[in-house]
Design a protein around this ligand. Structure first.
Ligand SMILES: C[S@@+](CC[C@H](N)C(=O)[O-])C[C@H]1O[C@@H](n2cnc3c(N)ncnc32)[C@H](O)[C@@H]1O
Length: 391
């Protein structure tokens, strides 16, 4: 058993959230870490993702690509327009963005389309799915900047509100799956164990026990591997259910997703002793999920091998996987580095743009995010964003 203490924790903890988790632990004796993380992030009133506070961005806890600069959204829009063309320019063409956060990606896609590709813009229906009501209000405000009437834009309460095979277009998400609650597992004497959370001596403690669901062993059996002896790792079962739900909802079109992650062999490699689980508070990473309850993000890397397998079960064929750096390079991000003599950009704006480009493709940062594109019912079109992918 491992006690957790943090000298700054009590000053910034959300006591209501802590009480809610303690209640659940008291009722069950101990709870799988996944349950702890689900409550800490998504408790309807007190969870990290439920309360009204800026999470992403330079003034939040972590930086996502749409927060860096509108160039990101413009290039994603360019890629989605090519998908629309590859499908024969259907009307309507629906983008479903899930986990839309502050709404910047949606705004920048719609703004690019309205300025640069009016026919595509006319065909577009944009649907947003976001659990945080406060963020939904922000999104509404932001999207009115593009079109005050919000024509063609709507919000769905959840993915389950999408009828089977009803979407013709593109499912889009940026850093959504890596925010789902995960089971944490450990291998001891060749056996799979799961991490549980209990309340002892006035603090949260961790202990290992048998897996809370057979799905965990089945997960590794399907992959034909186990994390290394003595290693800890995360299993994101929700990501697989999400992928299948997306596959079911998509009638014809594409899935475009951006997330930190690796293929299973790399994610569960024997040298990765402590998995990839991390917390973020005001851009400071930590491995302590029990500190700053309700005030810090928790995240872990995605297993793309299992995600792709789950998609295939619902007819989603992978067209390719690449890094964000390569994806943006293939779509022409370098053009943002040139400044013509007659440019409308001031020198300050030009330098800000250069810094943003560097940040978005930095292989030690946002540039190493993986981009996975899957397709259903559209054949195997060659997409510009995948042109620079490694063989
Ligand atoms: C890491 S943030 C990324 C936000 C945004 N995509 C960006 O790039 O800035 C994850 C977002 O997904 C939302 N989210 C998490 N689980 C969700 C779910 N099941 N349905 C809808 N939104 C969800 C969170 O509220 C949060 O806004």
């Amino acid at each position: 058993m491992r006690p957790y203490e943090n000298e700054f924790a009590s000053a910034t903890e959300n006591e209501e959230l802590k009480a809610a988790i303690r209640e659940r632990v008291a009722a069950e004796g101990r709870i799988p870490f996944r349950q702890f993380m689900a409550i800490a992030l998504y408790h309807p009133q007190h969870g990290y993702y439920s309360s009204p506070r800026q999470r992403m961005g330079r003034h939040g806890d972590y930086l996502t690509s749409p927060e860096v600069n509108p160039i990101f959204g413009s290039l994603v829009a360019k890629q989605i327009r090519q998908m629309w063309q590859a499908m024969g320019e259907p009307q309507p063409f629906t983008i479903v963005e899930m986990g839309a956060g502050s709404g910047l990606l949606a705004r920048d896609i719609l703004a690019w389309a309205s300025r640069r590709a009016p026919e595509f813009f006319q065909a577009l229906e944009y649907r947003l799915i976001e659990v945080n009501e406060w963020l939904v209000e922000n999104q509404r405000r932001l999207l009115r900047q593009v079109d005050p009437s919000l024509a063609g834009v709507s919000w769905l309460p959840s993915l389950e509100d999408t009828a089977p095979e009803s979407v013709r277009g593109c499912f889009l998400s940026n850093e959504l799956i890596d925010s789902f609650p995960v089971h944490r597992v450990a291998v001891r004497d060749g056996q799979l164990h799961e991490l549980y959370v209990e309340w002892q001596e006035e603090r949260f403690m961790e202990s290992l026990g048998p897996p809370s669901t057979p799905l965990l062993q089945e997960y590794f059996d399907r992959l034909g591997l186990l994390p290394g002896e003595g290693c800890s790792a995360e299993v994101n079962l929700e990501a697989l259910e999400w992928m299948k739900a997306v596959g079911r909802a998509l009638g014809r079109g594409f899935v475009l997703g951006f997330d930190y992650g690796y293929p299973a062999e790399e994610l569960y490699a024997p040298w990765r002793r402590d998995g990839t689980f991390l917390c973020f508070h005001r851009h400071n990473p930590s491995t302590d999920p029990y500190a700053r309850l309700g005030h810090q993000d928790m995240t872990s890397h995605v297993d793309f091998t299992s995600l792709i397998q789950a998609g295939r079960e619902q007819g989603l064929e992978p067209l390719g996987i690449t890094s964000q750096g390569r994806f943006l390079a293939a779509l022409g991000i370098a053009a943002g580095l040139e400044r013509q003599a007659d440019s409308e950009l001031s020198l300050e704006e030009y330098y800000a743009r250069r810094r943003a480009v560097t940040e978005l493709i930095d292989t030690a940062g946002l540039g190493r995010i993986k981009v996975l594109i899957q397709a259903k019912g559209v054949g195997q079109p060659k997409l510009q964003g995948l042109e620079e992918s490694e063989p």
